[in-house]
Design a protein around this ligand. Structure first.
Ligand SMILES: Cc1ncc(COP(=O)(O)O)c(C=O)c1O
Length: 375
């Protein structure tokens, strides 16, 4: 039985985006970033589609996500990069997951696991080039690479990668970009001097992939663009295909007189006799409550705006005198090329003063993902 609301995910679009990003990356390989349940699209189907499109690496934030890929039989190289204390590094080593190492304590933990398992761990050392988030600080980089080189000589680990992450790649020309690249080059030189020979050096996210060829190195990490969304609001990326469409069938419609307050708090009041349509998606499903009186929706062939407060499970649209019936689809966002007039995730981000990443990743567990393509 078809569910009344779903996030339709076009796996062919994801594979197609991967091919396009590979072309844009020149000679660099593509890592498909599938953390946070594949940016809300479903980690496993997204991963398979990205690999089918030519990604040769996958990236996750956490080890458990990477182990989920392995448990599903995905054997491609995977990097997991946030490793709080107590994480199952041993399981990661056993399953051939590359571990992002941002400090000496994590290196020790990985080494301990590798020794006790009698395995060679694969680690990717992360230098903080200026984001001041993950990664080891420049002043400690020298001792980290020396410790890693010693462990490599002893056969306990292989430094498979050296990498970093930009703070402002989505603002091309921002002075921090050149500064971070320069620190990254220094860090690579230091690693080279102690004899490390990483398979991959990487710093580019989607924004740098699309705007900064000098940041491509051996590998680019494509997250949001893999799902067809531009990392930069006013950067049009010809050919990218938004993979997710969020839509729901109208549950009921009703005529109301002028002056009717609508939804909690009566934050919307009708100015004429009109038809209200109830859409059964709410903030529990990822429609932010901040979209009250602001969220764009395509319904009955026209773009409209949510009327009144977004509730936990539903919101209302004022459709005027248009013929809209229960059972018709309201499209919240999707690919405007596939659904003419449909808002995009970027349109939602724009009215809510956020980024499309937040729009797609917050679609809730109550909304089934319906997959198309991907044969
Ligand atoms: C370390 C790292 N690399 C790459 C990405 C992918 O970024 P984007 O989705 O902008 O391509 C992320 C996502 O936030 C990240 O945290």
């Amino acid at each position: 039985m078809a569910h009344f609301a779903h996030a339709r995910v076009d796996l062919d679009a994801i594979a197609y985006n991967a091919r396009l990003l590979r072309e844009r990356a020149g000679g660099a390989a593509l890592m498909g970033v599938v953390k946070a349940d594949g940016y809300g699209h479903g980690m496993l189907p997204a991963a398979r589609a990205l690999l089918a499109g030519g990604a040769t690496w996958l990236g996750t934030a956490f080890i458990r996500e990477a182990l989920g890929l392995r448990a599903a039989g995905i054997t491609a190289p995977v990097l997991a990069w946030i490793i709080p204390p107590g994480e199952p590094v041993g399981e990661a080593v056993e399953n051939g997951v590359d571990l992002g190492v941002s400090d000496a304590a994590v290196l020790e933990a990985v080494l301990g696991a590798a020794r006790s398992l009698g395995r060679t761990a694969r680690v990717q050392l992360k230098i903080d080039t200026g984001l001041n988030r993950g990664g080891i600080g420049h002043s400690e980089w020298g001792s980290l690479v020396e410790a890693a080189a010693r462990a490599e000589e002893a056969g306990h680990l292989k430094v498979s990668g050296i990498w970093s992450h930009f703070a402002c790649a989505d603002e091309p020309g921002h002075p921090s970009i050149a500064a971070q690249l320069s620190v990254f080059h220094d860090a690579l030189e230091t690693a080279d001097k102690v004899g490390l020979t990483p398979e991959v050096r990487h710093i580019a996210n989607s924004a740098a992939l699309l705007t900064l060829p000098e940041a491509h190195f051996d590998l680019v990490r494509g997250g949001i663009a893999s799902y067809g969304l531009s990392p930069i609001p006013d950067l049009d990326v010809p050919g990218l295909r938004p993979a997710m469409t969020l839509r729901a069938r109208v549950a009921l419609t009703k005529r109301v007189p002028p002056g009717s307050g609508v939804s909690y708090g009566h934050r919307y009041v009708t100015d004429r006799e009109t038809t209200l349509a109830l859409v059964p998606l709410g903030y529990a499903d990822g429609v932010p409550r901040a979209a009250t009186n602001r969220g764009p929706v395509l319904l009955g062939g026209r773009g409209r705006v949510i009327a009144g407060t977004v509730c936990m499970d539903q919101f209302v649209v004022d459709v005027g005198d248009d013929e809209v019936a229960a059972g018709e689809y309201a499209v919240l966002f999707g690919d405007p090329d596939a659904h003419p007039g449909a808002p995009s995730a970027q349109d939602w981000a724009g009215v809510l003063d956020t980024i499309p990443y937040e729009i797609v990743t917050r679609v809730g567990v109550r909304v089934p993902r319906e997959y198309v393509g991907g044969a």
